[in-house]
Write a protein that binds this ligand. Structure first.
Ligand code: ZN
Ligand code: ZN
Length: 639
């Protein structure tokens, strides 16, 4: 296997799944061998980092501004590669991913490595970690070192350093003790304020704790106080803040008071939130929700500013536990207890004037509201989803074992397509079922996607790489695949829009010039005089055909139930699957019938859908085993 192929494998797998999931599924040693033998820069270094840094305010002082997407298996956020690098060019801090105290690197050795390209202002080593941070005077210096050292073999055969940009999340000593005192003197707290809970002042706009939102049409008189400008200017000049805040909430905490865990409402404020601590240090706790839950306590010294953005702002909750003292580290690294004093926090935020489009839909009120509205205004979507869930997804989950027993012999022309792929091809099997088309060609990298987790685990148990996911959208990067097969899948989608969208998704997954083979069930089960194997001679469609299936499960749908092994009389229908609890043919009696939704394609329909989807050309189209089939090629990019 060439290095290029190894890199491709690594890149693609890393983009699909998080490191933890890959290690879980792959032989760990084999994986490590791949990494060791690959000399090109690898994006999994960033991933390792993500996992090492389980904090949004990594090691309390630095944050790595990854742009991430989601692991389809465990929903962990993953970094994308190239775009993220572009976006990070503005940073002055570089993290050395594979060199730190635990790998035998010293501050001096790191400084020495940078010196020929740009002098570093400081190096920050992290106890017990295999990475460290280098700060430069400006972004140009950081860029020079990045270009000179990142992924480049060292002298005397030393391994290369792998670098990534980072930014500072906690800015200590933002203001002087005199300025702090001055500001505290400017704040006027209502005399009758209850001392039981923390006291609050609002500037710019009132924050409504009932709705957890602000009304942008009702600015408060006076705006932000003049002294806020000074702090904002410092943060912006230092490159920590992108936009000027227009709202400030001031909280007054007595020792023993805190604030419950929350994520600041997405629709109310933009990306960056600033929290400035005055009067006393405190400890803020950050929590990432399951499945990769984590809690990280971050010490906020007085006169410091904490900037939360990206994942730390949108996904992690933050809180201050109501306590009188916190466990802290002394300067010589020992644990001790520190009593809290009275703390005043300034929270600076900017009102959002559009809707939030963050990458965390679960936490996002903007996106949840939009989805709810879509559902209301478009009842169709709801019915379509329900139909596919009830008559496709749920059924396959229930019949998976029996279904798998009946599916072992690959169709010859599909097998020929897979076997004919050039060595090193990346093949995606959309709707892979039990994986009967995986493993036919030992020279390809294959991943199967199926929405039935039961079928995926049957395939996984046979040694195939499978991902439980639907086909809208596909869990892959754009242009990641050399070939896609999608056999007997699209006919389970309930509307033409969705069938076309699924073809477009396959096109997105393919690289330019990449090929796809698509099979869908045909309305026409006869070609000339030949009947497909599905038809049973002499069997007639029963008279009950136009009635709906008995039982409550289909009562609300006016869909006909098809009589198995007869000719199709319509395109949309429910097709029964008979499941005998005692196994295949055994037991006798107690037969369960499950109905699967099918849309059988008439001649020419699949080609029409391909045309609507766009970007794909039909190389070949034919009738095979009662299916309409097309071989597609993704068009070259037209610049
Ligand atoms: Zn908050
Ligand atoms: Zn959001």
């Amino acid at each position: 296997m060439s290095d290029w192929h190894k890199l491709k494998l690594v890149k693609i797998l890393v983009s699909w799944q998080c490191f933890g999931c890959i290690l879980h599924k792959f032989d760990k040693l084999k994986w490590q061998a791949i990494l060791k033998n690959t000399t090109v820069r690898l994006c999994q270094m960033e991933l390792l980092l993500m996992l090492c840094f389980s904090s949004p305010v990594r090691c309390a002082e630095f944050a790595i501004p990854f742009q991430t997407n989601t692991c389809p298996t465990c929903r962990l956020e993953l970094p994308t590669d190239d775009e993220a690098y572009e976006a990070q060019r503005k940073y002055k801090i570089v993290v050395v991913c594979n060199s730190g105290l635990t790998t035998g690197a010293s501050r001096e050795s790191i400084l020495e490595k940078c010196l020929p390209y740009a002098p570093a202002s400081s190096v920050h080593m992290v106890p017990g970690r295999q990475f460290c941070f280098i700060q430069f005077a400006d972004k140009e210096a950081a860029q020079q070192v990045m270009q000179a050292l990142d992924g480049v073999d060292g002298q005397n055969g030393e391994p290369p350093l792998y670098l990534a940009y980072a930014e500072r999340a906690l800015i200590t000593d933002l203001l002087s003790a005199e300025e702090e005192e001055l500001i505290l003197g400017q704040l006027h707290w209502p005399a009758d304020g209850s001392m039981k809970h923390r006291q609050v002042l609002h500037f710019g706009y009132e924050f409504d704790y009932g709705t957890n939102n602000v009304d942008p049409s009702r600015p408060l008189a006076g705006g932000l106080p003049g002294w806020v400008e000074l702090l904002v200017t410092r943060l912006m000049d230092g490159g920590h803040l992108v936009e000027r805040p227009d709202q400030m909430t001031v909280n007054h905490y007595l020792p023993g008071q805190g604030i419950p865990a929350h994520v600041d409402t997405h629709s109310a404020f933009t990306d960056q939130l600033v929290s400035i601590s005055l009067g006393s240090d405190t400890t803020m706790e950050f929590c990432r929700p399951p499945p990769h839950g984590a809690t990280v306590a971050v010490r906020l010294p007085r006169r410091s500013a904490l900037v939360m953005d990206g994942e730390a702002r949108y996904l992690w909750t933050h809180c201050i536990v109501p306590r009188h003292s916190d466990i802290t580290l002394t300067s010589d690294g020992e644990l001790t207890l520190t009593r809290r004093g009275t703390r005043v926090s300034l929270t600076l935020r900017r009102l959002r004037r559009d809707v939030c489009r963050c990458r965390f839909p679960q936490q996002c009120d903007s996106q949840q509201q939009r989805r709810a509205e879509e559902k209301r205004s478009n009842g169709e979507t709801g019915i379509t989803e329900q139909l596919e869930r009830t008559y496709v997804a749920n059924v396959y989950e229930q019949i998976a074992d029996h279904f798998s027993c009946t599916r072992h012999k690959p169709w010859p022309r599909v097998e020929r397509f897979v076997r004919g792929l050039p060595p090193g091809s990346v093949l995606l099997d959309v709707g892979c079922g039990n994986g009967k088309y995986l493993g036919l060609n030992p020279h390809t990298f294959e991943v199967g996607v199926d929405q039935s987790s039961r079928l995926c685990s049957i395939g996984g148990g046979r040694g195939h790489q499978t991902v439980t996911a639907g086909c809208l959208p596909l869990p892959v990067r754009s242009a990641a695949c050399d070939a896609v097969i999608c056999i007997a899948v699209l006919h389970h989608l309930a509307t033409r829009e969705r069938r076309v969208a699924a073809l477009a998704e396959i096109g997105r997954a393919l690289r330019a010039g990449g090929r796809a083979l698509i099979y869908v069930w045909a309305l026409e089960q006869r070609q000339g005089t030949r009947a497909a194997g599905y038809l049973k001679p002499g069997r007639q469609q029963r008279v009950t055909e136009t009635e709906t299936a008995a039982g409550a499960d289909t009562a609300e749908l006016p869909l006909p139930v098809h009589t198995n092994r007869t000719e199709f009389k319509q395109q949309d229908m429910l097709v029964p699957w008979k499941l005998r609890p005692g196994g295949r043919g055994g037991g006798g009696g107690g037969e369960e019938v499950h109905h699967r939704f099918y849309h059988v394609y008439r001649s020419g329909e699949l080609e029409e859908d391909v045309k609507i989807a766009g970007g794909l050309s039909v190389l070949e189209s034919y009738h095979d085993q009662g299916n309409w089939c097309v071989m597609l090629q993704k068009d070259e990019d037209v610049a």
